[in-house]
Design a protein around this ligand. Structure first.
Ligand SMILES: Cc1cc2nc3c(=O)[nH]c(=O)nc-3n(C[C@H](O)[C@H](O)[C@H](O)COP(=O)(O)OP(=O)(O)OC[C@H]3O[C@@H](n4cnc5c(N)ncnc54)[C@H](O)[C@@H]3O)c2cc1C
Ligand code: SF4
Length: 514
């Protein structure tokens, strides 16, 4: 008698940020496999999520599942309800219902989820993990490159990635003769410069919204007309946004990457982070398209192409490596021992500080702010004010449509709040009003005076900037990258310093009224 191979039925779990249509899982239809999707209450409420984030993820999951079903795969889909709140409970219930004990997952991106899934192995479920086939680098390679190092160096990681992918390379040399054109990415918008209209896809998310409300999920922010939801909910839409950006906006991206303007919520940024982080589009493919544009279109400069590619094969991959190298300890770091609560207006945008009002306002209405707004407006203010990094993390994790812990916490606690004492960033990203005024048109419409630091109407950034460096001179005084700041402070008279500290104390005691 010939050998008979018994096929064991299996469940394959697909998480909301694992919507990669090109995964090899789907290369053939296997009737012994059931693909499982769960809209879980716990996942929808572990942070105060923006309504657009919850609706966007659930809508994208529903479309992805429908697509698999259309292709002949077995699909189990559970919509959001208050019952069976956790992923584990849902998965356990499904294994019992189908009488299947073998579950395969794609490697989760978040520590919390990985721990949760691992627990199931102790409950009679045979769990195994495969690659999500999305990232370009490996977490092992990152550890190897940086283990034992006191601080990480993104630039060295980035150069390795350029060499390994061959992106923007001529043999072993970088295209354009330099690895990094960062210095050309810092122009402010010229007066009267009009950013042309953006492209937005349209999806009707009315049904998803009704289910979210019926289940009682608590969310923040607003969604506008649910018939015209404008974040991508499938790969085709994600590609349409990207292609439009590639055609119209990439030439300006390099110059104006750091610029900010009132009523321009996305500027020349690509808005593809949500599609990337849910894996609807592939990061390497995105970079290859940008390189092709650079090589074929004279209006696309090397600084625009390199500036964009650096964000993806550089910063994005780098943050993932850093996350897996230091979690879960990373989530507890608080170098400056900051312990203040976030001002209440972080949840409403109702403040007289124009830069904060604009940035928080657009975050609440669009679930989006671009990098410099996150780093140099809200993050800058939180660090200068001594807000507890856990409060800051939770806010960032909830409010942005692209916020998933691996890329949120490394940017927030690490790059923005310096809570790791300089492991990710070599110096704190803080500034006074000078920088904000140079890069935006916010200050002209503000109640506060951007030029002074000790008056009753002085810009809070100015006062807090100097106070921050005085408060933390023991931890920062020897940092060679900020020697200039301490040289200036040393030249100030004790009276001048005292006046700054007095106003800073008033600000810190009255954060809610600013
Ligand atoms: C405090 C803070 C919190 C942040 N939280 C998140 C987050 O939760 N999720 C997230 O995806 N990004 C986060 N970022 C990084 C960055 O701000 C966003 O990726 C970017 O604003 C997304 O908009 P975009 O797609 O238009 O980006 P673009 O400016 O068009 O850039 C293209 C892509 O590059 C990648 N990228 C750019 N900068 C970074 C970075 N610093 N780290 C990782 N990837 C980067 C993103 O995938 C982005 O889509 C954070 C930055 C800061 C300072
Ligand atoms: S003056 Fe200060 S608070 Fe006002 S917009 Fe400028 S930087 Fe922001």
């Amino acid at each position: 008698m010939g050998l008979v191979l018994k096929i064991y039925p299996m469940i394959r779990l697909i998480l909301g940020d694992q919507l990669n249509p090109k995964h090899t899982w789907y290369s053939n239809v296997d009737p012994s496999i059931t693909y499982a999707f769960f809209e879980c209450m716990d996942e929808a409420s572990y942070a105060p999520h923006h309504i657009q984030k919850v609706a966007g993820i659930f809508e994208a999951m529903r479309q992805f599942a429908a697509n698999l079903r259309d292709k002949g795969h077995n699909v189990h889909y559970k919509k959001i309800t208050a019952s069976l709140p956790s992923l584990g409970e849902n998965l356990k219930a499904l294994t019992e219902n189908l009488n299947i004990t073998v579950v395969q997952c794609q490697e989760p991106d978040e520590w919390r989820v990985k721990e949760h899934l691992n627990e199931l192995s102790n409950q009679g479920v045979t769990m195994s993990f495969v690659s999500s086939e999305h990232f370009i680098s490996t977490t092992g390679g990152f550890k190897q490159q940086f283990s034992g190092k006191k601080s990480l160096l993104m630039e060295s990681f980035y150069r390795r990635m350029r060499k390994e992918t061959g992106i923007l390379m001529e043999g072993q040399q970088p295209v354009g003769g330099k690895w990094n054109f960062d210095a050309s990415n810092r122009k402010s918008l010229p007066k009267n410069h009009q950013v042309p209209p953006r492209f937005f896809p349209e999806t009707d998310v009315t049904d998803v919204l009704k289910d979210i409300e019926a289940a009682g999920v608590k969310t923040i922010g607003s969604i506008g007309d649910p018939k015209y939801f404008y974040w991508p909910t499938n790969t085709d839409q994600a590609k349409s946004i990207f292609y439009y950006w590639l055609e119209h906006d990439l030439p300006y991206f390099g110059d104006f990457q750091d610029a900010m303007a009132r009523n321009q919520w996305a500027m020349y940024h690509s808005r593809i982070s949500f599609a990337l982080n849910t894996k609807m589009i592939d990061p390497l493919w995105v970079c290859q398209q940008v390189e092709l544009a650079y090589r074929n279109r004279p209006e696309v400069s090397i600084s625009a192409a390199e500036g964009f590619i650096r964000q993806i094969i550089g910063w994005r991959e780098f943050m993932r490596g850093a996350y897996w190298m230091r979690m879960p300890e990373f989530g507890t770091l608080n170098y400056f021992e900051h312990d203040r609560k976030l001002p209440e207006w972080f949840w409403t945008g109702e403040t007289h500080m124009e830069c904060m009002k604009q940035t928080i306002g657009q975050s609440l209405s669009h679930a989006y702010a671009h990098h410099i707004q996150r780093l140099m407006i809200t993050g800058n203010f939180a660090l200068l004010s001594g807000i507890d990094p856990s409060e800051v993390d939770l806010w960032y994790l909830g409010i942005y449509i692209d916020a998933f812990e691996w890329v949120e916490i490394t940017n927030t606690r690490g790059m923005s709040q310096f809570a790791d004492g300089g492991w990710i960033a070599t110096k704190p990203y803080v500034s006074s009003a000078n920088y904000i005024h140079k890069m935006s048109d916010y200050c002209g419409s503000c109640k506060y005076d951007r030029k002074t630091k000790t008056e009753a109407n002085s810009c809070p950034f100015n006062t807090l900037y100097w106070d921050f460096y005085m408060r933390h001179s023991d931890k920062l005084g020897n940092n060679p990258r900020i020697g200039m700041v301490y040289r200036t402070l040393n030249k100030m008279t004790p009276e001048a310093k005292g006046e700054i500290q007095e106003r800073a104390n008033w600000i810190l005691n009255n954060l809610n009224t600013l």
